[in-house]
Design a protein around this ligand. Structure first.
Ligand code: GAR
Length: 206
């Protein structure tokens, strides 16, 4: 089984989807740690205490210092893949470089649209008829790394940001697990700024 480290800042439903797939035998993996910038994150409670690491960034002198401590803790867990599953803090370039090629993020938008925050409200404000989520390799550019897979949902009459977020979240879970299945099968790689599956480069929208 591949060793997965998860980074999470909040609720952790994506982490739970990973744990459920492992328990169901549909993902050949092991979660070796959950790492958080929020000691109160409910996500932490989804794994045994021994697998939890949480620190408050404010108690570190700089982003680089926090990232270094986070990176050291992750390295100690010796993961094959590191997954940002609702991790809401920007990762600095040193951290990204340290884990590049095995660092994934799930983002609640159809990238390259709506990088950053408030993606659901922005999709509504733009009058989009479609919205969704993307899993991508993390690079130093925020939400700008090569996309591996996306899932789409319709925007429906009467939607507000919460209703739309719930519809997107429901497709995030199988999307993230599906990408991790590719990783577990040794079929996923990042090279030359692109995502590759089965040795074929995937199209990445500019
Ligand atoms: C998910 O919608 C995820 O895509 C998003 O936060 C939510 C976390 O939910 N991530 C980001 O916005 C990253 N910038 P969860 O804690 O229940 O998995």
């Amino acid at each position: 089984p591949i060793r997965i480290a998860a980074l999470a800042s909040g609720r952790g439903s994506n982490l739970q989807a990973i744990l459920d797939a492992i328990a169901a035998g549909t993902l050949d993996a092991q979660v070796v740690g959950v790492f958080s910038d929020n000691p109160d994150a409910p996500a932490l409670l989804r794994v045994p205490e021994a697998l939890r690491w949480a620190r408050t960034p404010k108690s570190y002198g700089s982003r680089a210092a926090f990232d270094a401590a986070l990176g050291d803790a992750i390295a100690t867990a010796a993961p094959d893949w590191i997954v940002c599953a609702g991790y809401m803090r920007i990762l600095g370039p040193d951290f990204v470089q340290r884990f590049q090629g095995r660092l994934l993020n799930i983002h609640p938008a159809l990238l390259p649209k709506y990088k950053g925050l408030h993606t659901h409200q922005r999709a509504l404000d733009a009058g989009d008829s479609e919205h969704g989520a993307s899993v991508h390799f993390v690079t130093a550019e925020l939400d700008g790394g090569p996309v591996i897979a996306q899932a789409r949902v319709p925007v429906l009459p009467g939607d507000d940001a919460d209703r739309l977020a719930a519809r997107v979240l429901a497709v995030e879970h199988p999307l993230l697990v599906g990408v991790l299945r590719l990783a577990a099968a040794g079929r996923l790689a990042e090279r030359d700024g692109r995502a590759w599956v089965d040795g074929q480069p995937l199209f990445t929208p500019l």
